[in-house]
Design a protein around this ligand. Structure first.
Ligand code: THG
Length: 369
């Protein structure tokens, strides 16, 4: 595979941590919400093992916040998501599909309820702010919508608890998954959630005060020495094994949340008002025509930069691979694929062409682990 460098510019925004991670050896970037997102610090497999055993600090400032504040803030947030937020609590995070009037996914953010009239939508890679502003204008909602200067630092891995306890005290270890609270470091309070885009445990610090955030960044690496801390980033192997979905890769606006296995976050039997509700009810009644599934492929290597067709014995397309990677755990390629009806069944077999060679594969449930 030929390697290309990334051309930086103002449009592809740097983060407050960019100069730090470049000193620390970032080797690849991707773009996320028009911002640099580190994609590798050397070997993907080394980072994978390190993440599963130690602790990493990630510059995930690209997970931008869309702040919605005002009298109609809750109404607007609910209009955008099919998850029922009527019983939501201040101090909690909610993983919420955002969908349009046709039920198509716009984004799959984490939504934080800051208070009754103030929310942060912690977005994946699509311009939710434009969608939110359009809806607010069209509905004459009394809200302000903007992107606050928040730059998330994720602390991920099994040793994240010990590291964060050393810096913030015992209370931080008592927080529940997807809860958030405020914790002080050198006289500055930071919003910290027990969350993150890995299944290895950890926290996310929503840094609002950049200077204090950089001091915290340095402290994490200083105190973290005894826990073998390293800089890292969302890890393709770990996130596919854990089936953490990536908007734009695994799912996009042509998919609805029921097709993506997000049924848990689709509340059709409540009286809350959201876009696409009637359409999703119809989809549920009639049944989905495609479904996101796991796949295991008898190959040792893959690089997915666009969808790859999955075909049956007669060379008929039955689905498409959307993400894939070699898993050291399974010693095979694993991936996330959209399978057409009626092929989205566990143990369904298929063929796939990777770099001109044909490999056998099998459909399975998500997550892998
Ligand atoms: N953290 C924050 N913002 C984010 C992400 C994040 N924005 C972009 C992207 N990641 C959004 N996508 C996801 C996808 C999955 C999860 C979080 C964000 C996730 N899911 C858990 C799971 O699937 O098991 C738990 C969901 C739940 O139980 O509610 O964590 O990572 N700030």
């Amino acid at each position: 595979m030929k390697i290309f460098s990334i051309a930086k510019s103002r449009r592809l925004r740097s983060t407050p941590y960019t100069s730090r991670i470049e000193k620390q050896g970032v080797t690849a970037y991707t773009s996320y919400n028009h911002m640099l997102l580190p994609a590798a610090f050397g070997s993907l497999e080394d980072s994978y093992y390190h993440l599963k055993e130690n602790v990493q600090v990630w510059d995930v400032a690209g997970e931008r916040q869309v702040e919605i504040i005002g009298k109609d803030a809750s109404k607007l947030v609910q209009l955008m998501t099919c998850r029922d937020l009527s019983k939501s609590k201040v101090g909690r995070c909610y993983y919420c599909p955002i969908i349009d009037n046709e039920g198509g996914l716009i984004n799959d953010p984490v939504i934080l309820k800051l208070n009754e009239n103030r929310w942060w939508i912690s977005i994946a890679d699509s311009d939710v702010i434009l969608f939110a502003k359009g809806l607010a204008i069209g509905n004459n909602f009394d809200v302000k919508i903007f992107e606050p200067n928040v730059n998330i630092l994720a602390i991920q891995g099994p040793k994240s608890y010990k590291l964060m306890e050393k810096i913030f005290g015992k209370k931080i270890t008592e927080m529940k998954f997807f809860g958030f609270d405020y914790f002080e470091f050198v006289d500055v309070k930071h919003l910290i959630a027990k969350s993150g885009w890995s299944k290895q445990g950890g926290y996310e610090v929503y840094v609002e005060n950049t200077k204090a955030g950089l001091a915290l960044y340095d402290e994490l690496f200083e105190i973290g020495k005894e826990f073998n801390v390293k800089p890292g980033c969302p890890n393709l192997i770990e996130r596919i094994e854990s089936a953490l979905l990536s908007y734009g890769n695994d799912i996009d606006n042509n998919d609805n949340p029921l097709e993506c296995g997000l049924d848990k976050y689709v509340d059709l039997d409540t009286d809350v008002n959201f876009l696409g509700k009637e359409i999703l009810k119809e989809v549920k009644k009639k049944g989905i025509k495609k479904k996101l599934m796991g796949v295991i492929i008898e190959a040792k290597e893959i690089n997915v930069s666009k969808s790859i067709d999955l075909i049956d014995k007669k060379n008929f397309k039955i689905g498409e691979l959307r993400s894939g990677v070699y898993s050291p755990h399974f010693k095979k390629v694993i991936g996330i694929a959209m399978l057409d009806k009626p092929y989205f069944e566990v143990s369904q077999t298929f063929k796939i062409s990777i770099n001109g060679n044909i490999f056998e594969g099998k459909v399975c449930d998500l997550p892998f682990i």
